[in-house]
Design a protein around this ligand. Sequence first.
Ligand code: NI
Length: 226
Amino acid sequence: MLLNIPDVLTPEELAECRSVLGEAEWVDGGATAGFQSTLVKRNMQLPEASPAAKRLGEVVLDALSRNMLFSSAALPARIFPPLFNRYESRQGFGNHVDNAIRQSSGSGFRVRTDISATLFLSAPDEYEGGELVIDDTYGAHSVKLPAGHLVLYPASSLHRVEPVTRGARTASFFWIQSLVREDAQRSLLFDMDMAIVRLRRQIGDDEAVLALTGVYHNLLRRWATV
Ligand code: NI
């Protein structure tokens, strides 16, 4: 499932992220890439353990924790501490698949990467190029969202970031280990949850709505690993 989630950050949170990132020390992003991705990755990153990355990571996690669409779509069990990157001067990231397991440096915190997430922090008119292109069975999807918006996609997908030919693109990126590992099962649960929410709005807590809610939870119980 490829899903755009609008307005994950408030204008204040976005302003804080942009102000901290504007003064941050960036390092070569190749440092944290796996072997295959080192060959195609050209960008800058905030050091994982830097105070700026930790502070802004908390801002992002806090924003995610109150976002119902994110919770419903991702069913998060663990979220990798958000990282931050920057592309400019024709930097890009060629086709790759994200590592299956990510371990946070130092803490030993490990995440199986079921879902990849990119939170856009630059407005689309601040840079040229820089689209996140995600391949799935329906073809290639080009994603470039307003600042503060998030895209979720299966971490198993082949994806790339097109070279940035003008301006700079900053973003936060991270991975989620989901309670429901299979993308197809997670997508069904999300569709069902959204339909139940709409139905409840239309007809209230009708018996049929309660029954469907029960089916949702019983499917989740069947498929979740905690
Ligand atoms: Ni990637």
